[in-house]
Design a protein around this ligand. Sequence first.
Ligand SMILES: [Zn+2]
Length: 268
Amino acid sequence: MSKFISLIFLILFTTKISCAQYNENFGSTDECYGKTFSIAAWVLTDTTNSIAPLDLSQVLVAIDSLNQKFKGICVNFRLCSFDTLPNHRQDTIEKGLHDEEIAALYRKKNMINLYFATEIVNPQPGANPAGYAPMGSTTIPSDDNQRDAIFLKKSAFTPSVLLHEIGHYFGLYHTFETVANGEELPDGSNCATAGDLVCDTQADPNGENNGDCNLDPQIKDPTTNLMFEPPVCNIMSYYDNQFCNYHFSRGQLDRMLSIMKTGRSYLW
Ligand SMILES: [Zn+2]
Protein backbone atom coordinates (compact mmCIF):
# COMPACT_ATOMS: atom_id res chain seq x y z
CA MET A 1 0.00 0.00 0.00
CA SER A 2 2.72 2.42 1.01
CA LYS A 3 4.51 1.54 -2.22
CA PHE A 4 1.37 2.53 -4.15
CA ILE A 5 1.13 5.90 -2.33
CA SER A 6 4.81 6.59 -3.01
CA LEU A 7 4.20 5.87 -6.68
CA ILE A 8 1.31 8.37 -6.79
CA PHE A 9 3.49 10.98 -5.11
CA LEU A 10 6.27 10.24 -7.55
CA ILE A 11 3.92 10.71 -10.52
CA LEU A 12 2.50 13.98 -9.12
CA PHE A 13 5.98 15.27 -8.35
CA THR A 14 7.30 14.37 -11.81
CA THR A 15 4.33 16.09 -13.48
CA LYS A 16 4.91 19.24 -11.43
CA ILE A 17 8.60 19.33 -12.32
CA SER A 18 7.97 18.87 -16.04
CA CYS A 19 5.40 21.72 -16.03
CA ALA A 20 7.91 24.11 -14.49
CA GLN A 21 10.55 23.24 -17.01
CA TYR A 22 11.67 25.36 -19.88
CA ASN A 23 9.03 26.13 -22.51
CA GLU A 24 10.39 26.66 -26.00
CA ASN A 25 7.82 29.30 -26.89
CA PHE A 26 8.73 31.87 -24.32
CA GLY A 27 10.65 30.14 -21.58
CA SER A 28 8.97 29.97 -18.26
CA THR A 29 9.57 31.71 -15.02
CA ASP A 30 7.62 31.95 -11.83
CA GLU A 31 7.87 35.71 -11.78
CA CYS A 32 5.27 38.03 -13.26
CA TYR A 33 6.72 41.55 -13.52
CA GLY A 34 3.59 43.29 -14.88
CA LYS A 35 5.24 46.22 -16.61
CA THR A 36 4.44 47.92 -19.94
CA PHE A 37 7.29 49.65 -21.78
CA SER A 38 6.60 52.57 -24.11
CA ILE A 39 8.07 52.76 -27.61
CA ALA A 40 8.54 55.79 -29.88
CA ALA A 41 9.24 55.07 -33.57
CA TRP A 42 11.04 57.55 -35.85
CA VAL A 43 11.24 56.83 -39.58
CA LEU A 44 13.93 58.75 -41.44
CA THR A 45 13.24 59.17 -45.15
CA ASP A 46 15.30 60.48 -48.02
CA THR A 47 14.07 63.12 -50.45
CA THR A 48 12.08 60.66 -52.58
CA ASN A 49 10.92 58.36 -49.77
CA SER A 50 11.15 55.64 -52.40
CA ILE A 51 13.80 53.39 -50.87
CA ALA A 52 12.38 50.78 -48.54
CA PRO A 53 9.65 52.80 -46.88
CA LEU A 54 8.48 51.46 -43.57
CA ASP A 55 4.89 51.62 -42.46
CA LEU A 56 3.10 51.60 -39.17
CA SER A 57 1.69 48.09 -39.62
CA GLN A 58 5.21 46.57 -39.76
CA VAL A 59 6.08 48.16 -36.44
CA LEU A 60 2.81 47.04 -34.87
CA VAL A 61 3.35 43.44 -36.03
CA ALA A 62 6.86 43.48 -34.53
CA ILE A 63 5.60 44.88 -31.22
CA ASP A 64 2.96 42.18 -31.17
CA SER A 65 5.73 39.64 -31.50
CA LEU A 66 7.58 41.26 -28.55
CA ASN A 67 4.44 40.92 -26.47
CA GLN A 68 4.19 37.21 -27.34
CA LYS A 69 7.81 36.48 -26.43
CA PHE A 70 7.74 38.44 -23.15
CA LYS A 71 4.38 37.06 -22.04
CA GLY A 72 6.13 34.57 -19.75
CA ILE A 73 7.34 37.37 -17.45
CA CYS A 74 4.19 39.55 -17.91
CA VAL A 75 6.04 42.29 -19.76
CA ASN A 76 4.30 44.33 -22.45
CA PHE A 77 5.34 46.84 -25.05
CA ARG A 78 3.13 49.52 -26.59
CA LEU A 79 3.70 51.94 -29.42
CA CYS A 80 3.17 55.52 -28.20
CA SER A 81 4.17 57.48 -31.30
CA PHE A 82 5.09 56.94 -34.94
CA ASP A 83 6.75 59.86 -36.70
CA THR A 84 8.03 60.08 -40.25
CA LEU A 85 10.87 62.56 -40.70
CA PRO A 86 10.81 63.58 -44.38
CA ASN A 87 13.75 64.68 -46.50
CA HIS A 88 16.26 63.80 -43.88
CA ARG A 89 19.89 64.25 -44.77
CA GLN A 90 20.83 61.35 -42.55
CA ASP A 91 18.90 58.49 -44.04
CA THR A 92 22.19 56.63 -43.75
CA ILE A 93 23.27 56.25 -40.15
CA GLU A 94 26.91 55.61 -39.43
CA LYS A 95 27.32 54.26 -35.93
CA GLY A 96 29.24 56.66 -33.74
CA LEU A 97 28.91 59.51 -36.22
CA HIS A 98 25.22 60.25 -36.97
CA ASP A 99 23.39 58.46 -34.19
CA GLU A 100 24.13 60.99 -31.46
CA GLU A 101 22.78 63.85 -33.57
CA ILE A 102 19.61 61.98 -34.58
CA ALA A 103 18.94 60.91 -31.00
CA ALA A 104 19.51 64.47 -29.76
CA LEU A 105 17.03 65.90 -32.26
CA TYR A 106 14.33 63.28 -31.87
CA ARG A 107 14.00 61.63 -28.52
CA LYS A 108 11.22 60.72 -26.15
CA LYS A 109 12.74 60.46 -22.73
CA ASN A 110 12.39 57.27 -20.69
CA MET A 111 10.89 55.46 -23.68
CA ILE A 112 12.52 53.00 -26.05
CA ASN A 113 13.25 55.04 -29.19
CA LEU A 114 13.45 53.17 -32.51
CA TYR A 115 15.10 54.98 -35.43
CA PHE A 116 14.58 53.50 -38.89
CA ALA A 117 17.05 54.41 -41.64
CA THR A 118 17.71 53.21 -45.19
CA GLU A 119 21.31 52.28 -44.39
CA ILE A 120 23.04 51.38 -41.18
CA VAL A 121 26.81 51.53 -41.35
CA ASN A 122 28.56 49.89 -38.44
CA PRO A 123 32.34 50.16 -38.69
CA GLN A 124 32.87 47.38 -36.12
CA PRO A 125 33.92 44.11 -37.75
CA GLY A 126 31.28 41.37 -37.67
CA ALA A 127 28.58 43.74 -36.47
CA ASN A 128 25.01 43.14 -37.55
CA PRO A 129 24.07 45.70 -40.21
CA ALA A 130 20.33 45.17 -39.59
CA GLY A 131 20.54 47.30 -36.46
CA TYR A 132 22.16 47.99 -33.13
CA ALA A 133 21.13 48.84 -29.61
CA PRO A 134 22.83 50.07 -26.44
CA MET A 135 23.70 47.13 -24.19
CA GLY A 136 21.76 46.98 -20.94
CA SER A 137 23.39 46.17 -17.60
CA THR A 138 22.42 46.22 -13.92
CA THR A 139 23.70 49.82 -13.60
CA ILE A 140 21.55 52.75 -14.80
CA PRO A 141 23.44 54.39 -17.69
CA SER A 142 24.03 58.16 -17.71
CA ASP A 143 21.14 60.09 -19.19
CA ASP A 144 22.65 60.80 -22.60
CA ASN A 145 20.70 60.98 -25.84
CA GLN A 146 21.62 57.49 -27.01
CA ARG A 147 20.74 55.74 -23.78
CA ASP A 148 17.48 54.39 -25.22
CA ALA A 149 18.20 54.68 -28.95
CA ILE A 150 17.91 51.59 -31.15
CA PHE A 151 18.87 52.01 -34.83
CA LEU A 152 17.31 49.75 -37.45
CA LYS A 153 17.65 49.25 -41.19
CA LYS A 154 14.26 49.63 -42.88
CA SER A 155 14.67 46.95 -45.57
CA ALA A 156 15.95 44.36 -43.07
CA PHE A 157 13.31 45.03 -40.44
CA THR A 158 11.42 41.99 -39.17
CA PRO A 159 9.94 41.03 -35.79
CA SER A 160 13.07 38.88 -35.21
CA VAL A 161 15.36 41.86 -35.69
CA LEU A 162 13.42 43.92 -33.15
CA LEU A 163 13.40 41.01 -30.68
CA HIS A 164 17.15 40.60 -31.07
CA GLU A 165 17.91 44.29 -30.48
CA ILE A 166 15.52 44.50 -27.52
CA GLY A 167 17.41 41.47 -26.15
CA HIS A 168 20.67 43.46 -26.23
CA TYR A 169 18.93 46.52 -24.81
CA PHE A 170 17.88 44.45 -21.80
CA GLY A 171 21.38 43.04 -21.36
CA LEU A 172 21.57 39.87 -23.46
CA TYR A 173 24.78 38.92 -25.22
CA HIS A 174 24.86 36.83 -28.38
CA THR A 175 24.76 33.10 -27.68
CA PHE A 176 28.17 32.97 -29.43
CA GLU A 177 29.75 35.76 -27.36
CA THR A 178 33.44 35.08 -26.71
CA VAL A 179 35.04 38.51 -26.32
CA ALA A 180 33.24 40.13 -23.39
CA ASN A 181 33.31 37.19 -20.98
CA GLY A 182 35.53 34.54 -22.58
CA GLU A 183 34.60 31.31 -24.31
CA GLU A 184 31.85 29.07 -22.99
CA LEU A 185 32.62 25.35 -22.97
CA PRO A 186 30.07 22.89 -24.44
CA ASP A 187 30.07 20.87 -21.20
CA GLY A 188 28.40 23.85 -19.49
CA SER A 189 31.02 23.97 -16.72
CA ASN A 190 31.71 27.72 -17.05
CA CYS A 191 28.28 28.83 -18.37
CA ALA A 192 27.63 31.33 -15.56
CA THR A 193 30.85 33.27 -16.09
CA ALA A 194 31.63 32.86 -19.81
CA GLY A 195 29.90 33.28 -23.17
CA ASP A 196 26.49 34.90 -22.80
CA LEU A 197 26.42 34.29 -19.00
CA VAL A 198 23.17 32.35 -19.41
CA CYS A 199 23.29 28.64 -18.56
CA ASP A 200 20.34 27.32 -20.55
CA THR A 201 21.71 28.56 -23.87
CA GLN A 202 24.34 26.01 -24.85
CA ALA A 203 27.81 27.02 -26.05
CA ASP A 204 27.60 28.34 -29.60
CA PRO A 205 30.52 28.31 -32.06
CA ASN A 206 28.40 30.42 -34.48
CA GLY A 207 28.91 27.89 -37.27
CA GLU A 208 26.78 27.00 -40.29
CA ASN A 209 23.40 25.29 -40.14
CA ASN A 210 22.42 25.39 -43.82
CA GLY A 211 18.93 26.48 -42.86
CA ASP A 212 18.54 23.32 -40.81
CA CYS A 213 18.28 22.57 -37.09
CA ASN A 214 21.80 21.21 -36.67
CA LEU A 215 25.33 22.43 -37.13
CA ASP A 216 26.63 21.50 -40.56
CA PRO A 217 29.48 20.67 -40.50
CA GLN A 218 29.58 19.54 -36.88
CA ILE A 219 32.20 21.23 -34.74
CA LYS A 220 34.13 19.76 -31.83
CA ASP A 221 35.44 21.89 -28.99
CA PRO A 222 39.24 21.33 -28.82
CA THR A 223 39.35 21.79 -25.01
CA THR A 224 36.64 19.35 -23.94
CA ASN A 225 36.51 17.26 -27.14
CA LEU A 226 32.70 17.56 -27.03
CA MET A 227 30.47 18.35 -29.99
CA PHE A 228 28.80 21.75 -29.93
CA GLU A 229 24.99 21.71 -29.83
CA PRO A 230 24.14 25.39 -30.12
CA PRO A 231 20.64 26.82 -29.67
CA VAL A 232 19.96 27.40 -33.39
CA CYS A 233 16.44 28.75 -32.79
CA ASN A 234 17.47 31.28 -30.16
CA ILE A 235 16.75 34.96 -30.85
CA MET A 236 20.26 35.92 -29.75
CA SER A 237 21.99 33.51 -32.17
CA TYR A 238 22.84 34.24 -35.80
CA TYR A 239 21.43 31.00 -37.24
CA ASP A 240 18.76 31.25 -39.86
CA ASN A 241 16.09 28.58 -40.09
CA GLN A 242 12.62 29.11 -41.52
CA PHE A 243 11.25 26.27 -39.39
CA CYS A 244 12.38 27.81 -36.11
CA ASN A 245 10.04 29.24 -33.57
CA TYR A 246 12.61 31.78 -32.41
CA HIS A 247 12.56 32.23 -28.68
CA PHE A 248 14.31 33.56 -25.60
CA SER A 249 15.32 30.87 -23.10
CA ARG A 250 14.09 31.00 -19.53
CA GLY A 251 17.58 32.01 -18.40
CA GLN A 252 17.57 34.89 -20.90
CA LEU A 253 14.14 36.07 -19.71
CA ASP A 254 15.39 35.95 -16.13
CA ARG A 255 18.53 37.92 -17.01
CA MET A 256 16.44 40.58 -18.83
CA LEU A 257 14.05 40.77 -15.90
CA SER A 258 16.90 41.51 -13.50
CA ILE A 259 18.10 44.30 -15.80
CA MET A 260 14.58 45.72 -16.25
CA LYS A 261 14.45 46.10 -12.47
CA THR A 262 17.89 47.72 -12.13
CA GLY A 263 19.71 49.27 -15.10
CA ARG A 264 16.47 49.96 -17.02
CA SER A 265 14.29 50.76 -14.02
CA TYR A 266 13.98 54.44 -15.04
CA LEU A 267 11.85 53.53 -18.08
CA TRP A 268 8.19 54.49 -18.13
ZN1 LIG B 1 23.18 41.25 -31.96
